[in-house]
Write a protein that binds this ligand. Structure first.
Ligand code: THU
Length: 160
């Protein structure tokens, strides 16, 4: 038997096509790229969450001279959320980046480890997390939930 995995996502050619709420969040994500600590890659990543209680939580990637110690923006954000808003579900996360050595014109997607971390957060509160992806300008991609980014995922249910 053959099966197929597919999912639906939205593409917008520019930020001005988004809802007001999503526009504001993506603008904040873009502005927040400057808070990244990236002396080794010069690749600033920013992830910003809108919580269901209206709070905004920010994260950026934090690098280290011992390279593997560095942490992606998404996981910095999720650890912060779990520390400062531990009982609140995430509504939307906007992820942007500023490549100081090149262009930042097309959306980039979270790495595999961050997808697993996003899924954990989504499962914890049993509520979809909308994910907005975009560079400093140009195209925007919206994915309706984190699970779609990680087919054949591993979760707590697999250990029952
Ligand atoms: N990075 C993130 O912050 N998020 C991702 O999903 C991909 C990569 C960071 C890690 C490192 O600091 C820099 O981008 C280059 O890989």
């Amino acid at each position: 038997m053959e099966k197929e995995y597919s999912f639906t996502y939205q593409i917008f050619t520019d930020i001005d096509q988004l809802s007001e709420e999503d526009t504001l969040l993506l603008q904040k994500a873009r502005a927040n790229t400057q808070n990244a600590y990236v002396p080794y890659s010069s690749f600033q990543v920013s992830a910003i969450a809108l919580m269901h209680n209206g709070a905004i939580v920010k994260g950026t990637n934090q690098e280290n001279a011992s390279y593997p110690v560095g942490i992606c923006a998404e996981r910095v954000l999720l650890s912060t959320i779990s520390s400062v808003q531990p009982n609140v579900a995430v509504k939307t996360i906007a992820i942007s980046y500023h490549n100081l050595n090149g262009e930042s014109l097309r959306p980039v997607a979270p790495c595999g480890m961050c997808r697993q971390a996003l899924l954990e957060q989504e499962n914890r509160f049993k509520q979809p997390i909308k994910i907005i992806l975009s560079g400093m300008e140009g195209e925007v991609i919206i994915v309706e939930n984190a699970r779609q980014l990680l087919p054949f995922n591993f979760s707590a249910e697999d250990m029952l």
